[in-house]
Unconditional design. Structure first.
Ligand code: PLP
Length: 362
């Protein structure tokens, strides 16, 4: 199995050790365990009675019920738990994608539905879209014809593009007509201000992944999941003993706490994205050299007409400012900007970018 480098993660791992301003951090600001429990008004001592055995191999009933509650018409039997969304994506792709299949994927995107799918013999057909223009849905629906699968990251990483309920209905209808599988990574669901519709459905043809890493702000808890028909979920669960076996009961317990307080946790994230969106729009007026994607939420591509890889490296070396270049997504003249970060970090970081861009020479 040949696997190409995971460009964005490799770039972040290389640079993340020594930073002052991280403008590409994709999660809501992560908590310590104590901060998290305080935020949810939950006592810490309940964790001490957690039994560290091979309990609830497929995830506790409470956890699967709480996850199902995030979706319309989904029951706990349609949920398979995973170690983060990455593991959910990989389990889903290994189970449902086969060598020789043709898969359409909107790009730029996260490397799972391109590189990993290719590594298991899938022929990936990129549907390249310009993030500053409306998504050409008609052309996408047309290109779905003849495909075995469609792989979508919604909201998209890095552009933030988010399909509306109406677009999702059309894509699902077309998938039904073409007999193709829909595999959708919803890692960034609830990281948008106005559109949270999920593709999830109790169907053999629809496989959706999600987790607690982004909007909930618990990437270190490593909890993700897959949603599909009971038949598909039973299949995934029958294979789990070959790799993850189970989540730790501690992960399960903390995830249950998070999911029973999504009102508090999502409000925290939304308030930050709202404040940062307002600030960014003001900044763009003063910095007309820059423009952003048509995004509804936390992730944007920030565009400017100069070498993004070189500018990122310069900002990192001079300020320890981290701004992931578009090159991590096979794009140029742009950077992935996240609006779920601390507003003060965004403000100071954009001020540095503004000053440096005025004198920048390649
Ligand atoms: C689209 C997408 N899917 C999955 C992941 C990985 O999520 P997790 O940390 O829960 O494995 C990321 C992380 O950045 C992501 O951007």
């Amino acid at each position: 199995m040949e696997l190409k480098p995971f460009q964005i993660e490799d770039w972040l791992n290389l640079h993340e050790q020594k930073i002052r301003w991280h403008l590409s951090e994709s999660c809501a600001h992560p908590f310590t365990v104590q901060q998290f429990l305080d935020c949810c008004h939950e006592p810490a001592d309940q964790l001490l009675s957690c039994h560290l055995g091979y309990d609830d191999i497929i995830g506790s009933e409470q956890l699967r019920t709480e996850i199902a509650g995030l979706y319309e018409h989904i029951s706990k039997d349609s949920i398979a738990v995973a170690v983060g969304i990455s593991n959910a994506n990989v389990m889903a792709m290994m189970e449902f994608l086969k060598p020789g299949m043709k898969m359409l994927t909107p790009t730029p995107t996260y490397d799972h539905f391109t590189n990993f799918a290719e590594s298991i013999g899938v022929h990936v057909y990129p549907f390249e879209f310009d993030d500053r223009k409306p998504f050409d849905l008609d052309s996408f629906l047309d290109q779905m014809k003849g495909m075995d699968a469609v792989g979508i990251v919604n909201p998209n990483n890095p552009t933030g593009y988010t399909f509306s309920r109406e677009e999702i209905t059309k894509i699902k209808h077309q998938a039904e007509q073409c007999g193709c599988l829909l595999i959708v990574d919803e890692a960034y669901r609830f990281m948008t201000l106005d559109e949270h519709t999920s593709f999830a459905e109790d169907s053999d043809r629809v496989i959706v992944t999600g987790g607690l890493s982004k909007a909930i702000g618990l990437p270190g808890l490593r909890v993700g999941w897959i949603i599909s028909s009971k038949k598909n979920i039973d299949l995934i669960n029958s294979r789990r003993n070959y790799h993850i076996i189970a989540l730790s009961p501690l992960q399960d317990r903390l995830a249950c706490i998070a999911l029973s307080h999504t009102d508090i946790l999502l409000k925290r994230t939304e308030a930050v994205i709202q404040a940062n969106t307002a600030y960014l729009h003001g900044w763009l007026k003063d910095n007309p050299m820059f423009s952003i994607s048509l995004s509804h939420g936390s992730l944007h591509l920030l565009h400017a007409p100069f070498n993004s890889a070189a500018f990122s490296e310069y900002l990192y070396q001079k300020y320890q400012l981290l701004l992931a270049p578009g090159e991590c997504f096979n794009e140029s003249n742009c950077w992935r900007l996240s609006l779920s970060i601390d507003p003060e970090v965004l403000k100071q970081g954009l001020q540095i970018i503004s000053e440096e861009s005025k004198t920048w020479k390649e």
